[in-house]
Ligand binder design. Structure first.
Ligand code: BLA
Length: 867
C-alpha cells in the first residue's frame, strides 16, 4: 500500500532527500535487505529517542527495536523480501514507559533500499494494573515496614489479559461456544464485522483443528496442563495465508486457544531443532555432579534460547532460593551467581502455579497487555489462565524485573520428585522473542536437567541411606543381644555417633545420662530433656532443629558444639530419650538485597512493591548447624522404636524374675510351716513315747530296770524338747539353747520328784543348729539325771546348777554342777556304775558335735562342755 501524503496523494519517499524526510511528521526508516538501518528521519528519532547517527548501521529489529523482532513484525519484513514484494501494513503498540504508543507500520520496497514508516495513531494506557503499579511507584509515601506476605494475595491466574504477541479465544468446553477472546483477535482472524462471542469455535478456526480439540475433550485428555499444538494456516491479507502456532488446552470447563504467528523459516528466529535438543540432553547426561550438570544446563538453555543470562535457581526448605549456576554474555557485568533471594520474591501462589504450569516467557516487559472481552453476560467468572502460555505476568513482578535490569525473561519449573525444586531463569536486557519450538526445547532440556538432578541426588541419598541403614541394623543387633540398651548404643564398635554425621550423642534414661562425643554437660542435657518432655506436642515422638537455641534459650550457651539437635523419645512415657548433636557451622549468606526488607511500601491498591536494590547483602549466621533431613528423623524414630522393644523386653524379664522369686518365697514359707508342723508332731510323738516309758516304769519292780526306764524316758523327753523349741522358734534351722535346756530341766526336775531342784542360768538368744541342740540336750539330760542320782544326799533333794552361755569363737558352753561330794579319784578309769549307757552316750554325743568336756570338783562335780 503506497504511503499517502496529508492531502491524500502517495508520498514518493525515494524522491525526498534527507531534509525532505526530516520534514515529515511520520517516522521514516530506511533499511537494507538484511534489516540494517540506512536512513532515519527526525520523527523516527523523536519517536525512539535515538539519533540517526546512533542507529544507522545497526540492525533495526535485532538491535535498535528488539521488541519488533517477532514473526509478526520482523518476520513480515523477511517474508516480503523473500517473496520479492515487500508491501505490509499493520498496527503495533510500542510499549514505552510511561506512555505506550500505537502506530501504523507500513513496509515497502524503495528504489535503493526498503522503507518502513511509523505513523503514530494513539497514545495508549499501559493497562489498568500496570498503571496502578506505576502510580504506586510515584506515590511511595509511607516508610513503615511492610509485610512481604502481601505479595501472596495477587490472583495471578486471572489477570484478564494476555501478552500482545498472541491472540486468545476461550470457549465453553461443553458446546465449544465462544465465551471470551482477546481484543486483538482480528490481528489473526478475518474480521467480518460480527462479534466472536456466542459463535462456535469451528466457525472461526480450521475445522480439522477443532475436530482434534473435540476428540481430545471427549477422551478427557486435554486438561491438567496437557495441550494440543498445531501449526494452522489462516487467511492473511490478500492472497497470502499466514502460518500460526496454535495451542489449545482445557481448564475448568473452558477450552482456551492461543495463536501466535509462526516464523516462516526456522532460521529467521533461531528455531531449535530436534538435533539441538538431543545434543544438549546428551551433554547433560555426561555430567556427574550437581554443580556441573547445573552449569551445563544453564549453558545449553542459553545457547538454545539466546537469553543473555540463564540461571539455575534452587529453592531451599524455606523457599528462599539461590542462583547455583549462571551462564551469561561477557559484557553483562552483573552476576547473581551464589546470591540468595528471600522467599517473598517468588510468592506462594506463584510457586503453586509454577508447580502446575511449567513455563513462562515474557518477550517485552513493557508491552501493553491485551484485555480479554467476554460475551455478555460475563457469566461464570473470569477465565482462569493458569495454563495459558501468554498469560500476562504480575505487574509487581515486572517492576521487580525492571529493578533487576531485566526486560525479556523466561522461567521454567524444575520439578524433582513432583516438587518445585527450582527454576531455570532467563534474563535479557532487551525484549527477547523465543520461537515456540525453542521454548518447547528449553522445557525439554530443563526436564532432562531435573531428571539428572533426581538421579544424582537420588544416588547420593541412596548411598547415604544405605550406610545409615547398615549402621542402624548393627546397633539393633547389638541391642537385641544386650540387656543394657544404653551400653549397646554408646559403647560398642558402632555407636549413635556413627549416625547422621553427629559430633555428639547421648542417651537419657531412667538410669541417668550417658554422653559420647562432643556434647553439652550432663546437667545441661538433663535440662534439655525436661524441656523436650514438656514442650513437644503430645503426638510428637521426635524433634529436629538446625538452630534449636532459637527455641530453647539456654542452648545458646553451647551452640558451638550443639546448634543442631535431633531427639527421639523411646517410650510414650518419654522416660528414655536418644539425642544427636551437630556443631555450629559459622557461615555467611550473601543475599541479593537485604532479606529483612524484600518489599517497599506501595500505595492505593498496590500495597507492596519490590525492593529497588539488589546490592549484595552479607548476613553472618551463628547458631546454625547443617539441618537434619526428614529421612534422618524417621530413622532416629525407628531406632528409638527398636530400643523401646529392648527396654520392654528387659522389663518383661524383670517382671518374670520377680514373679519367680515370689513363688519361691511362697514355697519356702510353706516348707517352713510344714517343718514346724513336723517338729510339733515329732515332739508330740516323743512325749507320748516318754509317757509310755514312765507308765511302764511304774509297773516294774526291779529298781535297776525302773531306773533304766526313767533314764530312757528322760532322754526321749530331751529330744522332744528340742523339737518343741524348733517348732516355737522363728527359724526352722536353729533353736534357742537356753530356752530348750530350761524347759528340759523343769521336765527333769518334775520327773525326778522328791524335791530335786535345778537352778538354771541361761543367756538368752544363744542359737544353735538343730543337731547340736539335740546332742547338748541329751548330754544335759544325762548329767542332770546323774547328779540327781549320785550327788543327792540320802534325804533326797539335791541341787543342780545348769548354765548356758556363749563361748568365745561363736561356740556355746554348757555347765552342769551339783552340790554332792564330787567325783571320786580315778572315776574316769573306774568301771561305770549301772548300765554305763549314760557315759557312753555322752561321749558319742560329744564326738558327734565335736565338743570337749572338762570335769572339776568344786567341791561338787562340775562338768563344762564347750561346743
Ligand atoms: C514471580 N519472581 C517471580 C518469578 C521469578 C521471580 C523468577 C517467576 C516469573 C518469571 O518467569 O519471571 C524472582 N527472578 C526472581 C529471582 C531471581 C530472578 C529471585 O531472576 C534471581 C535470580 N516479587 C517480589 C515482591 C513481590 C513479588 C516484593 O519481589 C510482591 C509484592 C511478586 N514475583 C511476584 C509475583 C510473581 C513473581 C506475584 C508471579 C509472576 C507471575 O507469574 O505472574
Amino acid at each position: 500500500m503506497p504511503l499517502n501524503d496529508p492531502a491524500g496523494g502517495p508520498i514518493d519517499l525515494d524522491s525526498l532527500g534527507p531534509d525532505g524526510l526530516d520534514d515529515l511528521d511520520i517516522g521514516v526508516i530506511g533499511l537494507d535487505r538484511s534489516g540494517v538501518i540506512v536512513a532515519y528521519n527526525d520523527a523516527a528519532s523523536a519517536f525512539s529517542g535515538l539519533s540517526a547517527s546512533a542507529v544507522i548501521g545497526h540492525h533495526y529489529f535485532r538491535e535498535v527495536a528488539p521488541a519488533t523482532n517477532l514473526p509478526s513484525f520482523h518476520g513480515r519484513f523477511l517474508s516480503g523480501i523473500r517473496r520479492g514484494r515487500l508491501d505490509e501494513s499493520f498496527e503495533f503498540v510500542f510499549g514505552r514507559v510511561p506512555q505506550p504508543l500505537r502506530v501504523r507500520v507500513e513496509m515497502r520496497q524503495g528504489r535503493d533500499h526498503y522503507w518502513m514508516t511509523l505513523t503514530p495513531l494513539q497514545a495508549v494506557g499501559a493497562g489498568e494494573r500496570r498503571e496502578a503499579v506505576i502510580a504506586a511507584l510515584g506515590n511511595r509515601a509511607r516508610a513503615e515496614p511492610v509485610d512481604p506476605s502481601l505479595c501472596e494475595r495477587e490472583p495471578i491466574h486471572i489477570p484478564g489479559s494476555i501478552q500482545p504477541n498472541a491472540v486468545m479465544i476461550a470457549a465453553d468446553a461443553a458446546d465449544l461456544v465462544i465465551l471470551a477472546h482477546s481484543v486483538n483477535v482480528h490481528e489473526t482472524l478475518p474480521d467480518d464485522g460480527r462479534t466472536l462471542s456466542g459463535r462456535r469455535l469451528d466457525a472461526v478456526l480450521p475445522r480439522s483443528f477443532v475436530d482434534v480439540i473435540r476428540a481430545r475433550l471427549a477422551s478427557g485428555t486435554l486438561d491438567d496442563g496437557r495441550s494440543i499444538r498445531r501449526t494452522i494456516r489462516l487467511p492473511g491479507r490478500g492472497q497470502t495465508a499466514n502460518a500460526y502456532f496454535a495451542v489449545a488446552h482445557a481448564h475448568l470447563g473452558r477450552v482456551i486457544v492461543e495463536m501466535e504467528m509462526a516464523p516462516e523459516l526456522p532460521e529467521d528466529f533461531a528455531v531449535a531443532t530436534q538435533t539441538d535438543t538431543e545434543l544438549s540432553v546428551a551433554r547433560l547426561r555426561s555430567a556427574e555432579t550437581l554443580g556441573t550438570v547445573a552449569r551445563i544446563a544453564a549453558l545449553e538453555v542459553r545457547a538454545l534460547t539466546g537469553f543473555e543470562c540463564v540461571l539455575v535457581y534452587r529453592f531451599d526448605a524455606d523457599w528462599n532460593g539461590e542462583a547455583i549456576a549462571e551462564d551469561k554474555v561477557a559484557d553483562w557485568s552483573r552476576t547473581l551467581l551464589g546470591l540468595r533471594f528471600p522467599a517473598s520474591d517468588i510468592p506462594a501462589q506463584a510457586r503453586a502455579l509454577y508447580t502446575k504450569a511449567k513455563s513462562r516467557f515474557v518477550i517485552d516487559r513493557d508491552s501493553v497487555p491485551v484485555p480479554l472481552v467476554a460475551a455478555p453476560p460475563a457469566g461464570n467468572g473470569p477465565i482462569d489462565l493458569t495454563f495459558a502460555q501468554h498469560r500476562t505476568l504480575s505487574p509487581i513482578h515486572l517492576e521487580y524485573q525492571r529493578n533487576l535490569g531485566v526486560n525479556g525473561s523466561m522461567s521454567i519449573s524444575i520439578m524433582v520428585e513432583g516438587k518445585l525444586w527450582g527454576l531455570m531463569i532467563g534474563h535479557h536486557r532487551q525484549p527477547h522473542y523465543v520461537a515456540p519450538e525453542t521454548r518447547a526445547a528449553a522445557t525439554v532440556i530443563t526436564d532432562a536437567f531435573a531428571m539428572r538432578v533426581q538421579e544424582i541426588e537420588g544416588r547420593r541419598l541412596w548411598a547415604e541411606q544405605q550406610a545409615h541403614l547398615d549402621t542402624e541394623g548393627r546397633l539393633v543387633r547389638e541391642l537385641t543381644r544386650s540387656d543394657d540398651f544404653v551400653g549397646a548404643l554408646t559403647s560398642g564398635t558402632m555407636t549413635l555417633l556413627d549416625l547422621f554425621g553427629a559430633t555428639g550423642a547421648g542417651v537419657v534414661s531412667a538410669g541417668g545420662v550417658t554422653l559420647i562425643g562432643k556434647t553439652p554437660a550432663e546437667a545441661e542435657v538433663r535440662d534439655l530433656a525436661v524441656w523436650l518432655r514438656e514442650h513437644l506436642p503430645a503426638e510428637a515422638s521426635s524433634y529436629a532443629s538446625s538452630a534449636f537455641s532459637a527455641e530453647f534459650q539456654p542452648a545458646a550457651a553451647y551452640r558451638e558444639i550443639a546448634s543442631g539437635l535431633l531427639a527421639a523419645f523411646v517410650d510414650p512415657a518419654r522416660e528414655h530419650l536418644l539425642l544427636w548433636f551437630r556443631p555450629e557451622v559459622p557461615s555467611t549468606v550473601t543475599w541479593g538485597g537485604d532479606p529483612r526488607k524484600p518489599v517497599l511500601p506501595g500505595s492505593g491498591p498496590v500495597a507492596v512493591l519490590p525492593r529497588r536494590s539488589f546490592e549484595r547483602w552479607v548476613e553472618e549466621r551463628t547458631g546454625f548447624a547443617t539441618p537434619f533431613a526428614d529421612w534422618q528423623v524417621s530413622l532416629a524414630q525407628s531406632l528409638a522404636q527398636a530400643v523401646e522393644g529392648v527396654v520392654l523386653r528387659q522389663r518383661r524379664k524383670i517382671d518374670e524374675l520377680t514373679g519367680l522369686l515370689a513363688d519361691k518365697e511362697k514355697l519356702l514359707t510353706q516348707k517352713d510351716i510344714l517343718t514346724r508342723e513336723i517338729d510339733h508332731r515329732v515332739k508330740n510323738s516323743l512325749q507320748i513315747v516318754s509317757a509310755f516309758l514312765q507308765m511302764q516304769r511304774r509297773q516294774i519292780a526291779d529298781p535297776d530296770a525302773r531306773q533304766a526306764f526313767a533314764e530312757t524316758s528322760a532322754r526321749v523327753m530331751s529330744v522332744a524338747r528340742v523339737h518343741d523349741s524348733l517348732y516355737q522358734a522363728e527359724s526352722v534351722e536353729e533353736v534357742d539353747l537356753g530356752q530348750t535346756i530350761e524347759n528340759l530341766c523343769s521336765d527333769l526336775a518334775g520327773m525326778a520328784g522328791d524335791g530335786h531342784a535345778v537352778e538354771l542360768v541361761a543367756e538368752s538368744g544363744v542359737m544353735v543348729p538343730y543337731r547340736k541342740a539335740v546332742a547338748l540336750s541329751l548330754i544335759a539330760t544325762e548329767l542332770v539325771t546323774n547328779a540327781f542320782k549320785y550327788a543327792a544326799g540320802p534325804t533326797g533333794g539335791g541341787r543342780v546348777e545348769v548354765s548356758v552361755s556363749s563361748s568365745a569363737g561363736g561356740g556355746v558352753r554348757l555347765k552342769v554342777c551339783d552340790d554332792g561330794g564330787g567325783m571320786p579319784e580315778g572315776w574316769a578309769e573306774a568301771r561305770p556304775q549301772g548300765t554305763g549307757l549314760g557315759m557312753k552316750m555322752i561321749r558319742a554325743m560329744l564326738d558327734q558335735i565335736n565338743a570337749r568336756i572338762e570335769v572339776a570338783n568344786t567341791p561338787g562335780a562340775c562338768f563344762t562342755i564347750t561346743a
